[in-house]
Design a protein around this ligand. Structure first.
Ligand SMILES: Nc1nc2c(c(=O)[nH]1)N[C@H]1C(S)=C(S)[C@@H](COP(=O)(O)O)O[C@H]1N2
Ligand SMILES: [Mo]
Length: 325
């Protein structure tokens, strides 16, 4: 493994629309693998008429596409109800999985696509694991993108060099880094990261579903939790995202009413949507909360859920003087 001690900060303070690469959270359940790009290949295999392997230069020669998408970690697989709010917004360059599927020609019996990364190791007491995710074939054909650049630069080692999947509007766990194999199959893989972890029972449902589509969410990026503000006139800045357009973000100060923030509409890309609201906070300590609603009517729930309303506490007026008049 090239790197064991991973930076697991969530970089709550970055307000850029596109998150700088060195401020993007990193997740690697099995450690970061050493991938030798000269011998690395991507294979498409399983229930296909024409299995094949391609080198990186062959993949880089495919017509490229670029878009901006938010990227959100589901959180700890051991604590699926605890909010982490590790989220970024990134420009991806690469090509659609459908290009490779058309070339391989899936057999009629193919129903699922499995994605495997080069990383191997132990997790939750099981050894010799690799990182595997899967999607139904039609979902994968429509939504999966294969990226070799993040923000216009080759993927860094931590973020999946040389190639990863990106599945816009799905939790980051579905975006397999250090991708080496794409396997078409007639069933789902029974695996640590597909059927044991990263499943959840939605409210009102009985059976667990794989963790795929994101929840509606928002995050206050400024002011930050714990900030001491000299002046109570403050512009609240945040980001909201969901599987469809976020149509409203409301902000509440202390136990006050929910006030509509000014929200940028969703553009053509599945990016996050900035919101702002000018506040006038009296001196003292304040709880500021943000709550997003999406076009499908989903609203961020109260505390207790992984996508609960986001709250920061700020203090206006520096105790002991020193504040500007
Ligand atoms: N091969 C591999 N891919 C992986 C993971 C992993 O451990 N191994 N972690 C997943 C999880 S849980 C997330 S949130 C994203 C994080 O991507 P990032 O580290 O580039 O931000 O990668 C996903 N892809
Ligand atoms: Mo994650």
């Amino acid at each position: 493994m090239a790197e064991q001690a991973l930076d697991v900060r969530d970089f709550d303070d970055v307000v850029d629309f596109v998150t700088p690469v060195d401020h993007v959270f990193v997740r690697a359940h099995l450690g970061v693998p050493d991938v030798d790009v000269d011998s690395w290949t991507l294979s498409v295999e399983g229930l296909v008429e024409r299995p094949f392997q391609l080198r990186l230069d062959e993949l880089l020669a495919l017509p490229a596409r670029r878009f901006t998408a938010f990227h959100e970690c589901f959180g700890s697989p051991f604590r699926p109800d605890v909010p982490t709010r590790a989220v970024a917004n990134l420009v991806w360059t690469g090509f659609d999985l459908s290009v490779l599927l058309d070339r391989a020609v899936p057999l009629a019996s193919a129903r699922h696509v499995w994605f495997e990364g080069a990383d191997t190791g132990s997790f939750d007491g099981e050894d010799g694991l690799s990182y595997v995710k899967d999607l139904p074939l039609e979902t994968a054909r429509r939504d999966v993108f294969l990226a070799y650049e993040m923000n216009g630069e080759p993927l860094t080692v931590r973020h999946g060099h040389p190639l990863r999947t990106v599945v816009p509007r799905m939790f980051g766990t579905n975006s397999v880094k250090w991708l080496t194999r794409i396997i078409l199959a007639d069933e789902r893989p029974d695996h640590m990261f597909t059927t044991r972890f990263y499943t959840r029972v939605h409210p009102g449902e009985q059976t667990a579903r794989p963790v795929r589509s994101v929840d509606v969410g928002s995050k206050i990026l400024g002011p930050q939790d714990g900030d001491q503000l000299a002046d109570g006139r403050v512009r609240l800045v945040g980001r909201a995202w969901s599987t469809c357009e976020v149509v409203g973000v409301e902000v509440s100060v202390d136990e006050g009413p929910w006030l509509p923030a000014s929200l940028e509409p969703l553009g053509a890309d599945p990016a996050w949507q900035p919101f702002t609201l000018d506040l006038r906070l009296p001196p003292g300590r304040h709880r500021v909360r943000a709550r997003a609603t999406d076009r499908d009517g989903r609203v961020q729930p109260p505390p207790g859920a992984r996508n609960s309303v986001h709250e920061v506490t700020v203090t206006v007026g520096v105790s002991g003087g020193g504040a500007e008049a």
